[in-house]
Design a protein around this ligand. Structure first.
Ligand code: CP
Ligand code: NVA
Length: 302
């Protein structure tokens, strides 16, 4: 049996594979819109384990599998024996003996790595405390659709140096573009990752300076899942980094802006930008469906 291909971070694919995946996602989207069913997952089953909440990730994987002729199982941490302490290793051996692929959303990234080590089938990271690579596949697809290749462009990340920011940093070293992280002290991305990405990523404390000339501004919630108790402190410290019209006006004239959602209007993004009729945020959300279909095809051997 050949070793399964996992997708725990963007570094699990090559740059060429990421580009091919984006092309395929765009093609799958066009076929779906044209009403031409693609049945590349006929008879395949995806198990989805969630120990954190989700709207987009769950719906896009479940709908995506159904549209490709396969099916998906929703497993909450609470309702499985995982929630009662069954070891991840044992769970991985058993679940992966019954399904074709597993998607996991949980807290510790190490738990997804452990699962993958003991899985006979591909494991997809649907978000951990450290990374959210599926989100960035959809974000990249959106940028390519609207503006073309991202190589050589500048992306400004505004706010908490969190899991989504980390995946943008990995994307920068894979596809060779710059990421300027605008955040206050205490909210920097992981220092080890920063070291690995230093050729593509820099930190800028001043939000107005950080966004100058950027081709894309990206933000995310100030308190991620698991950090709810820090919400007020985080909101106070991160307020100068709100994605809003005055900052967008300092970026490149055709700059895009993105948010992985769910969003808090008036906190990390202004209500005006969320409501703007020309925002690509809804296209970005829909692209979760298409990018993940292309990802599943690639991992299963497409
Ligand atoms: N962006 C994202 O992953 O959304 P959900 O938390 O709703 O899955
Ligand atoms: N950083 C956020 C992303 C939600 C999709 C979180 O981890 O809660």
């Amino acid at each position: 049996m050949t070793a399964p291909r996992h997708f725990l971070t963007l570094m699990d694919l090559s740059a060429d594979e990421i580009r091919l995946l984006i092309d395929r996602a765009i093609e799958l989207k066009a076929q779906w819109r044209a009403g031409n069913p693609q049945r590349s997952m006929e008879g395949k089953v995806l198990a989805m384990i969630f120990t954190k909440a989700s709207t987009r990730t769950r719906v896009s994987f479940e709908a995506g599998m159904a549209q490709l002729g396969g099916s998906a199982l929703f497993l909450s941490g609470q309702d499985t024996q995982l929630g009662r302490g069954e070891p991840i290793e044992d769970t991985a051996k058993v679940i992966s003996s019954m399904v074709d692929m597993v998607m996991i959303r949980t807290f510790a990234h190490a738990d997804v790595e452990t699962f993958a080590q003991h899985s006979r089938v591909p494991v997809i990271n649907g978000l951990t405390d450290d990374y959210h690579p599926c989100q960035i596949l959809a974000d990249l697809q959106t940028f390519f659709e609207v503006r073309g290749d991202i190589q050589g462009k500048t992306v400004c990340w505004l706010g908490d140096g969190n899991n989504v920011c980390h995946s943008w940093m990995n994307a920068a070293r894979q596809l060779d573009f710059e990421v300027v992280v605008a955040c206050p002290e205490g909210y920097d991305p992981d220092p080890t990752l920063l070291g690995a990405c230093s050729q593509w990523v820099r930190i800028e404390r001043d939000a107005s300076r950080a966004v100058q000339g950027a081709d894309l501004l990206v933000t995310d919630v100030w308190a991620s899942m698991g950090q709810e108790a820090e919400q007020n402190q985080r909101a106070a410290n991160l307020a100068p980094y709100q994605l809003n019209r005055p900052l967008l006006d300092l970026a490149a004239p055709d700059a895009l802006y993105m948010h992985c959602l769910p969003a808090h209007r008036g906190e990390e993004i202004s209500a005006e930008l969320m409501e703007a009729p020309d925002t690509v945020i809804w296209q970005e959300a829909e692209n979760r469906l298409h990018a993940q279909k292309a990802l599943m095809e690639l991992l299963i051997g497409g």
